[in-house]
Design a protein. Structure first.
Length: 312
């Protein structure tokens, strides 16, 4: 087995600078990446510790074509659709989770007791993103969804029965009992979330190792990590120098812990001799990526031709 170890020398560079350093290296055209049409994909597996999911606040009313609030919403189907606080909060929780929430099917003042009795979701008195806030005041109570937390100011989204179709509303932490209809009961935590806008850092990508496996293909491994939103996917675009990028394939790798890996059969690239360009794109769940690339030669021995790095 022949090995070519690419040492960790990645430096964040502008794309033009990368190309200037390596005039013979051509970046894989990222615009050509269609995640639904990758020809040779390997099943991706993410086994690292669970990280909070990304959360995007709702600041506009849902449209009539939004199934979470209408077609698949039991309140809406039962004749108690928007404007209605329970129909909205159920639909918004459904939208956040992507699956049917296990919340009460009754007046808003029954939601807190229902969850306390079932113990389905954790609860407490501190606001968290995506949480259902419950009040028991008035005859029916009120429920809404926490959309943002900035210091001691909370922004929620809500609807009111036979009243406001949709609105964002702010209040101060600690003043919940004097807010809305009063009778603050607590927050139901339907998940663990972080603000999508808070992740502005590309993932880490290092320690690339390229191995010729029994003349059958190239094995590539790299260390990847992203402490905030986590690694979403890692792709290995590969093409041979012969005839430009006519054999460019975005191979999808697997992620096990913080190790990304991929096996690229030579047969996928016409079993050509000569230079193979190998790039690695590590994407986090916020959409940022870090790229590094190298080139090796398929011959009697493997030779490294250089590496570039890019973050976004």
């Amino acid at each position: 087995m022949k090995k070519n170890s690419i040492k960790n020398t990645c430096v964040s560079l502008a794309l033009a600078l990368c190309l200037g350093l390596l005039p013979g290296t051509v970046m894989a055209e990222e615009a050509e990446l269609d995640l639904t049409e990758i020809d040779q994909a390997v099943e991706t597996t993410e086994t690292s510790a669970a990280l909070p999911s990304l959360f995007t606040a709702r600041t506009t009313a849902p449209g009539a074509d939004n199934t979470y609030f209408f077609a698949s919403n039991p309140y809406s189907q039962g004749g108690y659709g928007l404007p209605n606080c329970t129909a909205y909060a159920f639909g918004r929780a459904y939208e956040i989770l992507g699956t049917t929430p296990n919340l009460a099917m009754g007046n808003a003042n029954s939601w807190w007791a229902y969850n306390q009795n079932t113990g389905y979701y954790p609860s407490g008195s501190t606001p968290k993103l995506g949480a259902v806030i419950c009040w028991g005041g008035s005859s029916d109570g009120h429920v809404a969804i926490v959309e943002a937390i900035n210091g001691d100011t909370v922004t929620l989204s809500e609807s009111t029965y036979s009243g406001i179709y949709f609105q964002n509303y702010t209040y101060t932490i600690g003043a919940e009992d004097a807010t809305s209809v009063g009778g603050f009961q607590g927050y139901i935590y339907i998940g663990d979330y972080i603000d999508a806008a808070s992740d502005v850092t590309p993932p880490s990508l290092s320690d690339v190792l390229v191995t010729d496996y029994q003349d059958e293909g190239i094995k590539v491994t790299a260390l990847v990590s992203d402490d905030l939103s986590g690694i979403g996917s890692v792709y290995f675009p590969v093409w041979t120098e012969n005839n430009g990028q006519d054999d460019l394939i975005w191979h999808e790798g697997t992620v096990d812990g913080n190790v990304a890996s991929c096996f690229i059969p030579y047969s996928d690239h016409n079993t050509e001799l000569g230079d193979y360009n190998v790039h690695i794109y590590a994407y986090d769940n916020a959409g940022h990526y870090t790229m590094t690339g190298t080139a090796i030669t398929k011959a009697d021995t493997f030779t490294s031709l250089g590496k570039v790095a890019l973050e976004s």
